[in-house]
Design a protein around this ligand. Sequence first.
Ligand SMILES: Nc1ncnc2c1ncn2[C@@H]1O[C@H](COP(=O)(O)OP(=O)(O)OP(=O)(O)O)[C@@H](O)[C@H]1O
Ligand SMILES: [Mg+2]
Length: 281
Amino acid sequence: MTDSGPPVVAPGAPGARAAAASPAGAAAAAPSRRITAVTSGKGGVGKTFVSTNLAAALARAGRRVLVLDADLGLANLDVVLNLWPKITLHEVFTGKAALADAILPAPGGFSVLLAGSGMVEYSRMTPEVRLQLQRVIDEVAPRYDHVLLDTGAGISDLVLYTVSLAAHVLVTATPEPTSLTDAYATIKVLAATQGRRHIHLVVNQVRRPGEGRSVRAQLQQVVDRYVSPTLEAPVRIELLGEVPTDPAVREAVLRRQLLLETLPGTAASLAVVAMAARWPQ
Ligand SMILES: Nc1ncnc2c1ncn2[C@@H]1O[C@H](COP(=O)(O)OP(=O)(O)OP(=O)(O)O)[C@@H](O)[C@H]1O
Ligand SMILES: [Mg+2]
């Protein structure tokens, strides 16, 4: 990804990050094109798995990558990566530590900003959380080729605000009907409130090759029918990739290691590497 090209979220578009959130109330700039929000409608569908392993695959390809645990209330990136941070976003948000000291190297060759369990009080959207998140993201973005925001699930104010700070959205869904319904709701809200017209999709836990394509087609069909006609331009869903259901994913989580590091030749691992190769530069 580069900084050139038109912004995905037009500054001032409804739902684009609010001018009030920027210092001195100045009009907020468009999010850096380096920033991607990894989000989902339903919880537990694989956002953290995708964020961390995609980050490792991109890092392996020579990119500078940072993953930020934006699931502030239910942060668990530290658990998945087996890191025991002394300094987290909590210390940064409260002015107890400098941002640079909270950025840690992760096992996959990328950097992380962890939230840790001290962030429960930040799980609600407040003006302070807005300002702090925006400040942190603005400050780190220029130093990386890719910043991945591992958000919480759903369409809460905090999730939507976090997504509004990103130029790209990667929706993670599984083929389960409940996940599809929630992915549709997420895409609809992002299109209506943030002017999103291009959504990347990862279909996780597919049972057969090609299921990701049919899930994308199903979602695109309902979006074409019910969402795009209400907007001035259609919403396009682009499949970044599909990842099979693979017991190795759970095994890696139990070992508290990255799949790409601990079980690299497995089907899910290869699928993530293929996705990274397709990732827009
Ligand atoms: N491709 C897969 N194959 C098998 N199991 C998987 C796969 N992807 C995810 N899982 C299982 O689902 C669990 C949840 O994944 P993950 O924590 O990445 O979801 P999440 O969307 O980040 O959840 P949350 O909404 O709580 O943040 C994993 O710990 C793993 O056990
Ligand atoms: Mg998660």
